[in-house]
Write a protein that binds this ligand. Structure first.
Ligand SMILES: [Zn+2]
Ligand SMILES: [Zn+2]
Ligand SMILES: [Zn+2]
Ligand SMILES: [Zn+2]
Length: 287
C-alpha cells in the first residue's frame, strides 16, 4: 500500500510529489515549495529545519549544513586587525561571541575616542545577547533591542583600575571573581533617541541630545554619574530597576543598563559605593 504524505513545507497541505517514472518520493509538493523551504546549502536537498517548539524556520536543514555554509568573514573576531576566529561554544558551535576572547574586546576599547554602541542582531546565537537576555528576563518585559556599550579609556579605565585595586587588596583570584551584575534604570529621559534606536535606526553618538539631564544620552556618552553623595543607584534585578524607568513621546520603550560592578553582598536595591565601581556594559531597550 502506498502511503501518501503531505508536502513538508510548513503550512502546505498538498500531497508530496511522487515521481512515478523514477519511483522517487520527494519531500515537497512542487518546485515552488521546494525552493522556498529547502536547505540553503545548494548541495543539499533536505527541507529546512523547523524548531518544533516555536515553529521558526531556520535557513538550513541541520547544524552541519549551517556550519559548512558559514561565510569565512562571519566567523572572525570583530576587532579590526584581529584574524582569530571568534569564540564559538564548544557544546553548541553555532553559538558565538563577537570577539575571539574578552581581552580582544578590551583591546579594541583602548583605541576608542568615543563611546561605541553595537546592536546585537542575532538573538538566537549571539552569546552576549543570550547572556543579557537571561540576566534581564522578567515576566512581562519584552526586549526590543540590546546594544553593547564600549567606553573610551577615559571612562572605562576608571572602572578597570578601581576593580584591579580592590582585587589586589582583597587577594581575589581574578577580577571576574569580584565582578557582579547590576541594573540601572533611568527616569530622566529628555529626548526620543531611544525610541528611534528601538525601531532599529542606526546610531552614532551624534544622535544623542546634549540636555544635561537626559539619562540615556548622558550615560551613553559619558558614563554613569554619582548622586550628591557620589554613589550610584543600582538594582540586583531588572524587576527592581524597572521602577526607575519611564517612557517618553507616547511610545512604550524603556531604558535599562546592565552593568559590571564591584560590590560583593550589595542588597537587592542599593547604591554602589562610587562611580568608579560601576560600568554600563549593555543598553537594553524594552517594554
Ligand atoms: Zn507544498
Ligand atoms: Zn542541508
Ligand atoms: Zn580577536
Ligand atoms: Zn537625550
Amino acid at each position: 500500500m502506498q502511503q501518501i504524505s503531505t508536502c513538508v513545507r510548513m503550512g502546505c497541505m498538498f500531497p508530496a510529489f511522487f515521481d512515478r517514472s523514477k519511483n522517487i518520493h520527494h519531500p515537497f509538493c512542487s518546485k515552488t515549495c521546494a525552493s522556498s523551504s529547502r536547505c540553503k546549502n545548494p548541495n543539499c536537498i533536505s527541507p529546512l529545519y523547523v524548531d518544533p517548539e516555536t515553529g521558526t524556520q531556520h535557513p538550513y536543514c541541520s547544524r552541519s549544513c549551517a556550519l559548512l555554509r558559514r561565510s569565512p568573514s562571519a566567523g572572525l573576531c570583530s576587532r579590526q586587525g584581529c584574524n582569530n576566529p571568534r569564540y564559538t561554544s564548544p557544546q553548541n558551535p553555532p553559538k558565538y561571541y563577537d570577539y575571539c576572547t574578552p581581552n580582544c574586546l578590551w583591546k579594541e576599547t583602548e583605541s576608542l575616542t568615543e563611546t561605541k554602541l553595537t546592536a546585537l542582531s542575532d538573538p538566537a546565537n549571539n552569546l552576549d545577547y543570550l547572556a543579557v537576555k537571561t540576566a534581564f528576563n522578567s515576566p512581562g518585559f519584552t526586549i526590543k533591542a540590546i546594544f553593547r556599550i564600549q567606553y573610551p579609556p577615559a571612562i572605562s579605565n576608571r572602572f578597570l583600575n578601581y576593580r584591579e585595586q580592590v582585587r589586589a587588596t582583597s587577594n581575589a583570584q581574578s577580577s571576574k571573581a569580584i565582578t557582579i551584575k547590576r541594573f540601572h534604570g533611568t527616569r530622566n529621559v529628555q529626548c526620543v533617541a531611544v525610541n528611534e534606536m528601538a525601531k532599529g535606526k542606526a546610531v552614532g553618538t551624534t544622535n544623542f541630545c546634549s540636555f544635561a539631564r537626559c539619562g540615556p544620552c548622558g550615560i551613553i556618552k559619558t558614563g554613569l554619574r554619582g548622586g550628591n553623595d557620589g554613589r550610584v543607584w543600582s538594582g540586583g534585578s531588572s524587576a527592581t530597576s524597572h521602577s526607575y524607568t519611564i517612557t517618553i513621546g507616547g511610545e512604550n520603550t524603556r531604558v535599562m543598563f546592565l552593568c559590571d560592578a564591584v560590590g560583593q553582598g550589595l542588597p537587592e536595591a542599593a547604591p554602589v559605593a562610587c562611580v568608579e565601581a560601576i560600568l554600563p556594559r549593555f543598553l537594553i531597550l524594552y517594554s
